[in-house]
Design a protein around this ligand. Structure first.
Ligand code: SAH
Length: 257
């Protein structure tokens, strides 16, 4: 492919992925929260097959793997994240049963009723919460579980500034009760929901980005797309500080019946 064929979107995507490959997590979360979500899942066996969809570099996957048996396949669209994921698995001595593959969440490479558990932190929004729940269901065995985290409103009304920001970024953001009802409608028993604590954003997501932003701006000095990306990340953080009572990430855990 010649450079002429690379669209600005591909270029942006590479810049974004490059930026996020420098941090352990690509979305809000923490090891404690991963384990809290896992506590709602019925015990798995060594023959279990788990998929972590939109796994990124695998921060949460390694936590999961250290606390449950079975084989885990991490899937992400971005090959560089998968390289880092597989290095991460090897560094944790988990490579025999934790494997990252490049793939698209809209065309998962699993068979019908192959999976015991579908995991996805901060990623289902790429396909859309409702669509993801509906399309991924067929890959789960009956009695299998799904655990996803998703941006959600905490209140029915909120200030226009934050409302407009999110509706523009992710129009499917909605209240917890609406998301639970979508989960029910998609054919799952809603087993649990809980709001991720603030430190998943501040300590685990935004704080590690501060040093990366400085390095990144130096590395891409004069690149207006890179500068815009950092400006957007900083603005997102400011908005979070100002409006965190109104929204956040919520874990939704469901069981296929
Ligand atoms: N689960 C990780 C990463 C969340 S960021 C964490 O919590 O840290 C969302 C991830 O979804 C990114 O790694 C991005 O590359 C991936 N992604 C985006 N679109 C995708 C698609 N269509 N199929 C698979 N992965 C995708």
């Amino acid at each position: 492919m010649s450079n002429d064929n690379i669209s600005i979107h591909d270029f942006d995507f590479n810049l974004i992925c490059d930026y996020f490959s420098h941090v352990e997590r690509q979305g809000p979360g923490s090891p404690e929260v991963t384990l809290q979500a896992l506590s709602f899942i019925e015990p798995l066996t060594e023959t279990a097959h788990i998929a972590d969809i939109g796994c990124g570099t695998g921060g949460q996957t390694m936590t999961l793997a250290q606390h449950c048996p079975g084989e885990i396949t991490g899937i992400d669209l971005f090959p560089h994240f998968i390289d880092l994921f597989n290095r991460n698995a090897a560094a944790h001595n988990l490579q025999p049963r934790v494997k990252g593959i490049q793939g698209d969440m809209a065309a998962l490479p699993f068979g019908e009723e192959e999976l015991d558990l579908i995991w996805s932190e901060g990623a289902i929004y790429h396909i859309g919460f409702e669509k993801g729940l509906n399309e991924w269901r067929r890959f789960l065995k009956r009695g299998g579980f799904i655990a996803v985290s998703e941006a959600s409103w905490f209140t029915v009304e909120r200030p226009a500034e934050i409302n407009d920001f999110w509706v523009n970024a992710y129009p499917e953001i909605d209240t917890i009760s609406r998301k639970v009802s979508q989960m029910e409608k998609a054919g799952y028993v809603p087993m649990a929901t809980f709001i991720l604590p603030e430190n998943c954003w501040t300590e685990h997501f935004y704080a590690p980005q501060v040093a990366v932003q400085e390095m990144y701006l130096q590395q891409h000095a004069g690149n207006s797309t890179a500068e815009m990306l950092i400006r957007e990340q900083r603005r997102e953080r400011e908005l979070y500080d100002r409006y965190k009572e109104y929204y956040g990430y919520v874990f939704y855990i469901g069981k296929k019946i």
